[in-house]
Design a protein around this ligand. Structure first.
Ligand code: ADP
Length: 255
């Protein structure tokens, strides 16, 4: 498998009137194409900051980020970002929300429109194309937000707590659903979450960050002996509990 993302010795601090807030210290890791990585760590440790650096929204103070072997700035790799709130516009229909990114990037070709319809159909939203977001359940809205991201054909998907606005029951179903969609689309994904169960049910590898300024405390590959490796099936395995306890201990020892 080819390496798609590489971070080497990344340091980042916020600077404002009150002084400096160091957020990340000496972060290095690499991700292969098609891998699903979860990043966990204490609240406020620097997880979202790390995603913003990978998205190119912030510049590292020290260190380098390479995508498919090129420096982030020179890279033409498409990065998709999915956030906690679906940010669907109420005055637009679901279809018009899904094509918004294409419109903004002047990429609304016949082919792209066909892809939008196809993805909406594939993910059970065909009959809601002309509905307004408020007519959809929380889970369906999140699926529409994912389709809006996927239609831009991102090579890397960044997911910042994408399920945390949902209630517990919906969240289980939606994370299972969305996890499977991402696998089917063979996307490289980085999920930031404070929910350990979510991380263990979805990822190939979990990166555990220390408290702020975050450094990598441990990287844990997740291996499940399952015929059908789905997020819900993972939750019923003994490995799941073991991984949970391991990460829990790791995070609390760090307190
Ligand atoms: P996490 O996602 O792990 O909860 P963040 O990456 O959002 O953490 O934030 C890391 C630290 O940086 C926090 O202490 C936060 O208060 C601080 N921080 C985040 N954004 C800013 C900013 N724009 N200016 C100053 N400090 C910030």
């Amino acid at each position: 498998m080819e390496q798609i993302l590489e971070l080497k010795h990344i340091h980042y601090a916020y600077h404002n009137m009150d002084g400096e807030t160091p957020a990340l210290t000496d972060i290095s890791f690499a991700i292969n194409e098609g891998e699903f990585i979860a990043i966990v760590g204490p609240s406020g440790c620097g997880k979202s900051t790390l995603l913003s650096l990978i998205a190119g929204l912030l510049e590292p103070e020290k260190g380098l980020i390479k995508i498919s072997g090129k420096y982030l700035r020179e890279s033409t790799t498409n990065i998709g970002y999915m956030l906690q709130h679906d940010q669907l516009f109420e005055w637009r229909t679901i279809y018009n929300n899904v094509i918004l990114g294409l419109e903004v990037q002047h990429m609304l070709t016949t082919k792209a429109k066909a892809k939008a319809h196809e993805l909406l159909a594939d993910y059970g939203l065909k009959q809601f194309e002309n509905a307004k977001p408020s007519e959809l359940s929380g889970g369906m809205r999140q699926r529409a937000a994912l389709v809006r991201t996927l239609v831009l054909e991102p090579d890397i998907l960044l997911l910042d707590e994408p399920f945390s606005a949902l209630d517990y029951q919906t969240r289980l179903n939606v994370s299972d659903d969305i996890g499977q969609i991402i696998r089917r689309e063979k996307k490289t994904a980085i999920l930031v979450t404070h929910d350990l169960s979510e991380a263990i049910s979805l990822a190939d590898r979990v990166i555990i960050l220390s408290k702020r300024p975050a450094s990598i405390q441990q990287t844990l590959p997740l291996i499940f002996d399952l015929e059908k490796d789905t997020p819900l099936n993972r939750r019923n395995t003994p490995e799941f509990k073991n991984y949970f306890n391991l990460i829990w201990k790791e995070l609390n020892e760090n307190d």
